[in-house]
Design a protein around this ligand. Structure first.
Ligand SMILES: Cc1cc2nc3c(=O)[nH]c(=O)nc-3n(C[C@H](O)[C@H](O)[C@H](O)COP(=O)(O)OP(=O)(O)OC[C@H]3O[C@@H](n4cnc5c(N)ncnc54)[C@H](O)[C@@H]3O)c2cc1C
Length: 393
């Protein structure tokens, strides 16, 4: 029995966190600032250690708990939930692929809420392409890092970074090494601001990272980041991000349904008895039902394969993971768009609305860009040639 089964996350605890996230969501968005209050609450209550095994002092939770909590937190503030979800994604890489020395020194600090991990994969020139890198690792006295990082979620607040680099000056672009660097090992200079339509609270600034780390900070095999990416970074990312987007859209729909059905107590607006309104709500619901069901099935599939020590880098499983990201990003955004239309100008489109539909719409517009869907559509097309049996989920 895992620690999670013995001590499930108390509902009151989750509700308290969601309340803090909700209370600051509008200000975080309006000021485009890091959600310091919500993140402090997540640190204080041990949620940075959600995926850290109990033997290292963490909550020892699995992917089902991750996707369930990500939905709940995103219902309070999508930016805060994404910052946390990305941290969990990085934590999973440390749990599954770090050296024993790094696991022993880092995981207890993550579990204590001391270390928030940020992710550095995007690079100027190569853009989002996950499995290549330009800036090269240099060896000598330890491993020297010199990395331009144009988009680092929570980068100014992170206590450590997982960074992809080309394995050396002579290595090919696809020979990528992932390593951990603590903030204390690096000079961190801000090179870009984060001024975007939505997800403004992720504070995903540009950074230049310079420093030196010990050889045990390499995560996975040198030059073979592809393996850790397929086993951990991509699956956990797609699951957790999709859960966040779904949670935000679901909370928006819950608010919209409450608002429509309270018509007797407010002037004007959509009428719950109108067949047109009913049909529109049903279409929104359909999109969220489909994403929820597919998220649940992919979570089960990945958890099952992990439990038996299997590999995730088979074409059908990769197609399922990519499909989840594609479907969740497109359908939750479509749902938000339809909610704006249904709620109308003041309540749907207005920033002063009692429902945060305008913010949710802007935030969810990022979903297709947060690792470009264009890359995943073409990847799934290519993978489809390899899965000739058409192994549907
Ligand atoms: C909220 C948010 C948080 C993020 N946080 C981080 C972070 O913490 N760390 C990090 O490293 N990165 C982060 N990113 C960056 C992200 O992971 C992507 O790398 C980035 O958004 C992709 O940029 P791009 O749209 O220019 O696409 P790229 O993937 O760089 O592609 C460039 C262009 O090529 C097009 N294109 C791509 N593939 C194809 C194709 N097969 N056919 C035709 N056209 C194609 C794309 O549409 C795009 O216009 C974040 C992004 C967002 C939105």
């Amino acid at each position: 029995m895992t620690q999670r089964e013995e001590e499930p996350v108390p509902e009151s605890d989750v509700a308290d966190v969601v309340a803090v996230l909700s209370a600051h969501a509008a200000d975080v968005d309006a000021r485009g600032r890091f959600p310091a209050e919500g993140f402090a609450e997540l640190r204080r209550r041990g949620y940075l250690g959600l995926l850290v095994p109990a033997e290292y002092g963490g909550m020892g939770a699995g992917l089902a708990e991750l996707t369930s909590l990500a939905q709940r937190f995103a219902g309070g503030c999508l930016s805060t939930a994404m910052n946390w979800a990305m941290h969990c994604q990085q934590t999973d890489l440390v749990v599954r692929h770090a050296t024993p020395e790094l696991r022993a020194s880092l995981l207890p600090r993550i579990a204590d809420g001391e270390v928030y991990l940020a992710s550095v994969t995007t690079e100027a020139g190569k853009g989002g392409h996950l499995l290549t890198a330009r800036d090269a690792l240099r060896t000598g006295d330890g491993l020297a890092v010199e990395r331009e990082a144009p988009v680092v979620t929570g980068g100014l607040h992170a206590d450590g970074f997982l960074i992809t680099l080309r394995d050396g000056p002579d290595a090919a672009a696809h020979e990528v090494t992932l390593l951990y660097a603590g903030r204390e090992d690096l000079k961190v200079e801000q090179t870009g601001a984060w001024r975007t339509m939505g997800m403004r609270g992720t504070d995903s600034v540009g950074l230049r990272l310079t420093g030196r780390v010990a050889p045990e900070c390499v995560i996975g095999e040198r030059g073979r980041f592809r393996e850790a990416a397929a086993d951990s970074m991509v699956p956990v990312g797609h699951l957790a991000w999709s859960a966040c987007w779904l949670g935000a859209a679901r909370a928006a729909l819950a608010g919209l349904v409450r608002w429509i059905t309270a018509r007797g107590r407010r002037p004007g607006g959509p009428d719950a008895a109108s067949p047109l309104v009913q049909e529109r709500i049903a279409r929104i619901r359909l999109d969220l039902e489909l994403v929820s069901a597919y998220l649940g099935k992919v979570t089960e599939e990945v958890s099952r394969i992990r439990a038996r020590g299997g590999r995730l880098d088979v074409p059908s499983v990769q197609i399922h993971l990519n499909t989840l990201k594609l479907a969740a990003s497109e359908l939750t955004f479509r749902a938000a768009d339809r909610m704006v239309q249904l709620a109308g100008l003041a309540t749907g489109y207005g920033a002063e609305s009692p429902l945060p539909l305008e913010r949710t719409f802007r935030d969810l517009r990022s979903a297709a860009l947060n690792y470009s869907n264009d890359r995943l559509w073409t990847a799934n097309g290519t993978l489809s040639w390899a899965d000739r049996a058409v192994t549907l989920l």
